[in-house]
Ligand binder design. Structure first.
Ligand code: ADP
Ligand code: MG
Length: 694
């Protein structure tokens, strides 16, 4: 069904060019768009509340007589009006008022007001309530349904939106448009089969007896019916993207796997079962003549690098180039070291690119890449920013990039296209995402989990210590280092400024170096030159440094097996994902490892939950689950800016039980009702589906 089937908003009463333009700003063009512009919350004006029973934070209607009214001068001039209803008094406070308002609000006058209750010094207050003077002969009227509140834009009032949605609902009743139902059958949700029209009517204008508690928490069956369809639209849109991608061309990579076997033979350890399984899947993906796009998720330390290397070797053995992109300098340098160690003996030639190379060095590298002399290329995102030409790129690995939305994924895919051929892509992340969320957020890509850690890893014991006992921590570190252990000391700062964070690390470094005789202290932070950083990291790896003071630059990927103690200062400032990443820098060797979270009390409720979670578990998936509950999926996936998962009514966490049914419907619609797919997507995702055309 095309958009034109629905009347334009301009056919509605009260919509001229000006209002139409404002509606457009919030993506409303048609009657259907209005129907799917759902309330973000509700006000209850269906009941009159006794003043004596009001609680702070409620929005409610109160009716009473004015017992007192005066203009006072405190810090500023204001009108105070005290209203009494027999059960108590509520104070109305106006900062802006004119003379006639002041005269009208005089003692003895009966008024009806609506506003949010605040706790004042002398009882409940309303600041600038909506109000109406009542006349004795008038019956007191209340609304006959809960009042919906819509998201809006400047110049477009709630009242206008309410009138327009009312007209749209009327249009539905008059036309009884059956095409609004796009599903093969109404889904059964919470024991009810609800049609879309029924759900829309209810959600826009809930009757007074509606379960307001369910409504305000988004758990009402009528809301869930709509949430279901929104999740379905999301799923369909990503599935479509995936189908489109499978129509693109890529080189099928089918070598014998000799290089890979040589690597495995040379490794000083055995690959885990999970690594072998995922590598097999990657090989199978590579053998297709359409581009692979696979997300490999594996907890910190699960050995993702080798999975990536295995893929690179297949591409290289088939005569193509492979590239590995890391989010930070330090991590890219570490990959370079691993690649040199493992791949150079196999005859693989490497090239390296980062933003910090000199122009002549970078040009030298670019020449190696363009001529095809280099088979494996490692670097930061400089790889995609400096007009690098590849000879024949067939495989791209993006490491530790959970902060990618659909748009970035698409953009990167575009970069590597050559003669219509798309490179295969592997994205690796240590941010564990619960399965239901992954299925929804990443439905356009394939997804594997490395669900096993290399043998012999010991759980890291974690303790939390308040700042005032920092000295004990310093002594503990000194003792550990004198006994041959290595440790990290991570400094954090609230300010976003990298400069300040580096400054803090420098200060700590200076103090600890002076205090800890006989302990070799090193420093690494984001403002150091690539070479300096690299030198420090190498000294740490070579045990020439015992204690490494660092900023959170070491957060991802840094891998020094002998380090077994991690101190995180001001741990309360970091999120769970970051804490888990940082802690994952220890516990990589055979040594018992521990982590000390130094915190500055008092802790907020969330900070307390984070620190407790860290103390109680090492399991990245459990940590991610808590993280999701605290922060919500938009933040966790880092896709907030891209609009992905900006859902209107659904909430991935709250509604995750709907996902299996969503997937069932998505499959059925794609197979049996393909002509309805676009209509479902369009009405929920509207213009934001344009990325689907890439
Ligand atoms: P991550 O998944 O966090 O990126 P890495 O790939 O950096 O993990 O691997 C972490 C460490 O474990 C590295 O030192 C790596 O050499 C080592 N490693 C990887 N696989 C195995 C294995 N199967 N057995 C033992 N050690 C392994
Ligand atoms: Mg890694």
């Amino acid at each position: 069904m095309s958009k034109e089937t629905f009347p334009s908003v301009e056919t509605l009463k009260g919509v001229g060019p000006k209002v139409a333009e404002r509606l457009q700003r919030i993506q409303i063009f048609t009657v259907q768009d209005l129907l799917f512009h759902l309330p973000i919350r509700y006000q209850d004006r269906t009941r009159i509340r006794p003043v004596g029973a009001l609680r702070a934070g409620e929005e409610c209607v109160v009716i009473g007589s004015i017992a007192h009214s005066e203009v006072v001068f405190r810090k500023r001039r204001m009108l105070l009006v005290s209203v009494e209803d027999g059960t108590g008094r509520v104070l109305l406070r106006f900062f802006y008022f004119n003379k006639s308002q002041r005269d009208n609000l005089s003692v003895g006058v009966k008024i009806r007001c609506f506003g949010e209750i605040r706790r004042g010094l002398k009882g409940p207050e309303m600041v600038h309530p909506e109000y109406e003077i009542l006349h004795d002969d008038e019956p007191t009227k209340v609304e006959d349904h809960l009042t919906p509140i819509y998201s809006t834009t400047e110049g477009l009032h709630q009242l206008s939106l309410r009138r327009l949605t009312s007209q749209s609902l009327q249009w539905v009743s008059q036309n009884n448009e059956p095409t609004l139902d796009l599903l093969p059958s109404p889904p059964r949700i919470d024991g009810q089969n609800v049609s879309i029209i029924e759900a829309l009517k209810f959600v826009h204008r809930p009757p007074p007896e509606a379960d307001t508690e369910a409504l305000s928490s988004g758990k009402h069956p009528m809301q869930r019916r709509l949430a279901f369809e929104e999740l379905l639209a999301q799923q369909l849109s990503l599935s479509k993207l995936r189908l489109q991608m499978q129509k693109q061309d890529a080189v099928a990579i089918l070598p014998k796997g000799k290089l890979y076997r040589d690597l495995v033979d040379a490794l000083e350890f055995e690959l885990t079962g999970a690594q072998k399984r995922v590598i097999k899947t990657v090989f199978s993906d590579l053998s297709n003549d359409y581009p692979m796009l696979r997300l490999v998720q594996g907890d910190v330390g699960s050995g993702k690098t080798l999975v990536a290397i295995a893929g690179c070797l297949q591409a290289i053995e088939a005569g193509y180039q492979a590239v590995m992109m890391a989010p930070t300098e330090i991590l890219a340098e570490q990959h370079l070291r691993n690649f040199s160690k493992w791949l150079e003996p196999l005859g693989v030639r490497l090239a390296w690119l980062s933003g910090k190379l000199t122009t002549s060095k970078a040009n030298e590298m670019k020449a190696l890449i363009a001529s095809g002399t280099a088979n494996a290329i490692i670097g930061t995102h400089a790889l995609f920013q400096q007009g690098v030409e590849f000879k024949n790129l067939a495989f791209v690995v993006i490491d530790e990039q959970h902060r990618f939305g659909v748009h970035q994924r698409l953009a990167l895919r575009e970069k590597g296209i050559q003669d219509g051929m798309h490179p295969h892509q592997l994205i690796m992340t240590a941010t564990p995402i619960p399965r239901t969320l992954a299925m929804t957020a990443y439905a356009d890509l394939d997804y594997s989990v490395i669900d096993e850690l290399p043998p012999g890893r010991k759980p890291i014991s974690t303790i939390a210590i308040p700042m005032e006992r920092r000295q004990e921590v310093v002594e503990r570190v000194a003792n550990a280092c004198r006994n041959g252990q290595q440790a990290y000391w991570v400094c954090t700062l609230v300010e976003e400024s990298e400069a300040l964070q580096c400054q803090a690390a420098e200060d700590v470094y200076r103090v600890l170096s002076q205090m800890l005789r006989g302990v070799k202290v090193g420093l690494v932070h984001g403002r150091m030159k690539g070479k300096e950083k690299d030198a420090v990291m190498q000294e740490f790896t070579a045990k020439k440094i015992d204690l490494l003071v660092a900023t959170t630059v070491i957060e991802v990927g840094v891998d020094v097996a002998n380090a077994s103690l991690m101190i995180i200062e001001n741990a309360e400032r970091l999120g769970l994902a970051q804490l888990h990443q940082l802690r994952g820098r220890v516990g990589r060797g055979t040594e018992e490892s521990s982590c000390v979270l130094v915190f500055d009390p008092p802790l907020t409720e969330n900070a307390k939950t984070r620190i407790d979670t860290m103390r109680n578990t090492n399991d990245g998936f459990k940590i991610a689950q808590v993280d999701l509950e605290i922060r919500g999926p938009g933040e966790v996936l880092g896709t907030r800016q891209t609009g992905m998962l900006q859902l209107r009514i659904a909430n991935i966490m709250r509604d995750q039980d709907l996902i299996p049914l969503v997937q069932e419907y998505a499959k059925q619609i794609l197979e049996e009702y393909p002509h309805n797919v676009d209509a479902v997507i369009q009405r929920w995702l509207g213009r934001s589906t344009e990325y689907g055309q890439v």
